[in-house]
Design a binder for this molecule. Sequence first.
Ligand SMILES: Cc1cc2nc3c(=O)[nH]c(=O)nc-3n(C[C@H](O)[C@H](O)[C@H](O)COP(=O)(O)OP(=O)(O)OC[C@H]3O[C@@H](n4cnc5c(N)ncnc54)[C@H](O)[C@@H]3O)c2cc1C
Length: 369
Amino acid sequence: MKKEYDIIIAGGGLSGLTAAILFSKDFNVLCIDPDAYPRHKMCGEYLSNEVIGFLKSLEIDLDRESSVDLENLKFTLAGHRSIECPLPQGGKGISRYHLDHLLYQKAIKNADFLQDKVIDAVFEKGSFQVNTTSQNLQCKQFIMATGKRSLLDKKLDREFIQQKSPWLAVKMHYKYDMSDRLVELHNFDGGYAGISKVENGYVNLCYLASYDSFKKHKNVTDFNEEVLSKNEFLNSFFKEAVPAWEQPITISQISFEKKEPVENNILMLGDTAGLIHPLCGNGMAMAIHSAKIAFEELHPFLRNDLSREQALKNYANRWKKTFRKRLKIGRILQGILLNKTYTSWGLWFLRKFPFLLSTTIKGTHGKPI
Ligand SMILES: Cc1cc2nc3c(=O)[nH]c(=O)nc-3n(C[C@H](O)[C@H](O)[C@H](O)COP(=O)(O)OP(=O)(O)OC[C@H]3O[C@@H](n4cnc5c(N)ncnc54)[C@H](O)[C@@H]3O)c2cc1C
């Protein structure tokens, strides 16, 4: 392994791996992640069709990998009837276990990969000193794609890390009979759960819950029984569904605070630049799209045709223009969904004017890239 690279990427999730595939066509790239592939990851596993064509251009053909084409959304609230509408763009049901592995296999064709953790990155005299737990490395440009929250955010003293992060998430695969065209979104006290199929026929249940609502219960099993099951749709799901794993995956301290796409000359990708509320089902597409924008905007700098300052400025402006509105709509939607009064009024209203649900969802997505 070399010690000097054009690009070092911390994080080998969707955004980091997409960036590794793109940049390694023309430059020396190292991607660093502590985990081996394939691995399960927290996610609702609904990938918006926004990026399916782009992934195809990278020779990752998801139509061959998954026949789960999610076209409709069913939304429920405890004690109410459900409402169903078409998903404006639709998406693929594909597990992160499979999707990240596909990207990883493609990335390592041209990029180097190191299984390690980046612990520090310092910009000095026009280049970056990047330290992992085992290596001291150098690069022309450092990219952070470390997801929702990492050690590095703390080390860099990023502003969002000072704020409270009162959310946790739980994910589990089940054997369960349901349509492979449908995404279900079920509201419960303090959160919401998404249910949909993935490529191997399993059904993914993934939910976000406020820490305040979770902490009154002993564990995930109790929380599922005492809170989620109050929604009759979730109650019948838990009665029929058979867990495919011994334990669910859980994460805590999820923050939806605003972040910046460039800090300390470091370019931020995916969730590292901003996390959209999961109910929008657009975080994965945004992560992949942000890597494409980064590649296009940094390319002239890496070829020495543009200054670093201007290239990073161009990236930050384009990132904000592309994603800020979606993040804002996501924040408003989540506020409504977690307020019982708003949600039951909203559901009544949407049943009268069902097209409004599709229109709102459209606002959290972009055009296909
Ligand atoms: C509950 C929940 C449900 C969701 N459901 C959906 C959905 O259905 N559809 C959708 O589109 N989006 C969904 N999302 C959002 C989506 O999962 C993220 O937006 C997406 O994973 C972002 O990709 P990323 O590359 O930014 O980060 P990630 O995929 O999280 O990758 C970050 C990587 O960085 C690595 N890393 C961390 N620290 C370091 C370090 N110090 N050094 C090196 N590597 C490091 C990690 O190991 C990880 O592999 C959901 C999110 C949540 C919380």
